[in-house]
Design a protein around this ligand. Structure first.
Ligand code: PLP
Length: 396
């Protein structure tokens, strides 16, 4: 990191100003599209391979663009160290596989990103690693679900798409009491809204593809955490290769510079949308962490800076009305991503979660007419108008 700037107490300034030293005095960092780096002499090569001195050797291990991205993200999350990965799932997988051994057990919140659910239910059992799902709505049950072989607790908060909130302070204490690693997928909140490491999370994982890039351009991820743990993840990643491309590292480092202003606007418009939809007669309920009607409103206010960029609501007409609603949208995109400048709507019951049985969907809060909106950066009036028009058009 540059010697001319020492971290500020302000997120925005760090996100913009933390940077690598600029060898050519360039104002914006160049992209280091190189697979390897030249050694000065044989002794330097030996010392770098022996980890006696730092330095770039090969881009699978490290690269200046990825280092700039990750060092900045560590300051923003309040973690000691981290590694950049090629996708969010490369981050989730690395953060699990680096620590779990045959015979270990994972306690996880029931509502997880689909591919994380697949890792726990389909892939990890191949190596004799088991899991139990715990319900976010029943925190009193979690302690009794821990087993003597539980190695890690893995959670997402707010959850997708139910937007349930887990009390990170309580969970940090539970993990510490039982000497279990706590791994938090912080993708929905981003480091601007919540910092799980401050509550005792040992590992903080990200899909940078979502709000961190925030512009629908790049796939990437990160594993952040305590230095001794990241050392293990770095060893795992160095030898298995889930490395981020330097080009994407450059994009993601630039994206962090605008994260705070983007999140402020995402959250402001999301709250306005949630408040407006509350009085719509065709909607059964609206859910948003910063709406006073959210069951964990007080907790969300305590733990999150703002309510996030995702709003969900339930159309009274169920699955069929959900499909008609999506077909009636004119501006808002129907795509499977979230965390973009462009507002996106999805209907989980007929798409992402259509393979689950209805009772399985209900167990993770997916009611038949549930619509998830990732609120973008268009003018709030245009977003509200498109949604209200589509609701009216979807009434049979
Ligand atoms: C998208 C997402 C992931 C996976 O990230 P990719 O970058 O698509 O691999 C993991 N967790 C959550 C909560 C996500 O939304």
């Amino acid at each position: 990191m540059s010697s001319s700037f020492s971290p500020s107490e302000h997120f925005e300034t760090n996100a913009v100003r933390l940077q690598q030293d600029r060898a050519e005095r360039e104002h914006s960092v160049p992209i280091y599209l190189t697979s390897s780096f030249v050694f000065e002499d044989a002794e330097q090569a030996r010392a770098m391979f022996a980890d006696e001195i730092p330095g770039n050797i090969y881009t699978r291990f490290s690269n200046p663009n990825n280092s700039e991205f990750i060092q900045k993200l560590c300051v923003l999350e309040g973690t000691e160290d981290g590694i950049a990965t090629a996708s969010g799932m490369a981050a989730m997988w690395s953060s699990l596989a680096a620590f779990l051994r045959s015979g270990d057990h994972v306690l996880a919140s029931r509502s997880l990103f689909g591919s994380t659910h697949q890792i726990l239910t389909t892939l990890l059992p191949r190596w004799g690693i088991t899991h139990t799902y715990a319900d976010i709505a029943q925190p009193e049950s979690w302690e009794s679900l821990l087993q003597p072989n539980t190695k890690m607790i893995f959670v997402e908060t707010p959850s997708n798409p139910a937007l349930d909130i887990i009390d990170l302070e309580w969970l940090g204490n539970l993990a510490k009491k039982h000497n279990v690693l706590l791994n938090v997928d912080n993708c929905f909140a981003t480091p601007y809204l919540q910092n799980p490491a401050c509550y005792g999370a040992d590992l903080v994982t990200h899909s940078a593809t979502k709000f961190i890039d925030g512009q629908g351009r790049a796939i990437g991820g990160a594993v952040l955490g305590r230095a001794d743990l990241i050392k293990e993840v770095r060893f795992f990643a160095r030898h298995t290769g889930p490395s981020l491309s330097p080009f994407n590292g450059w994009i993601l480092s630039k994206s962090l510079e605008t994260l705070a202003v983007r999140m402020e606007r995402h959250c402001q418009t999301a709250l306005a949308l949630a408040e407006r939809l509350q009085s719509n007669p065709h909607i059964a309920y609206v859910k948003y962490p910063f709406l006073p009607t959210h069951p964990q409103y007080a907790l969300a206010r305590r733990q999150m800076r703002l309510g996030g960029g995702i709003v969900t609501f339930e159309l009274k007409g169920g699955i069929e009305q959900g499909k008609r609603f999506l077909n009636a949208l004119s501006m808002i995109s129907h795509t499977a991503n979230l965390g973009d400048t462009r507002t996106i709507a999805t209907h989980p019951a007929s798409t992402t979660h259509s393979k689950l049985k209805e009772e399985e969907r209900l167990a993770v809060g997916i009611t038949p007419g549930l619509i998830r909106v990732s609120v973008g950066l268009e003018h709030p009036e245009d977003i509200l108008r498109d949604i209200e028009r589509a609701i009216t058009a979807s009434i049979s």
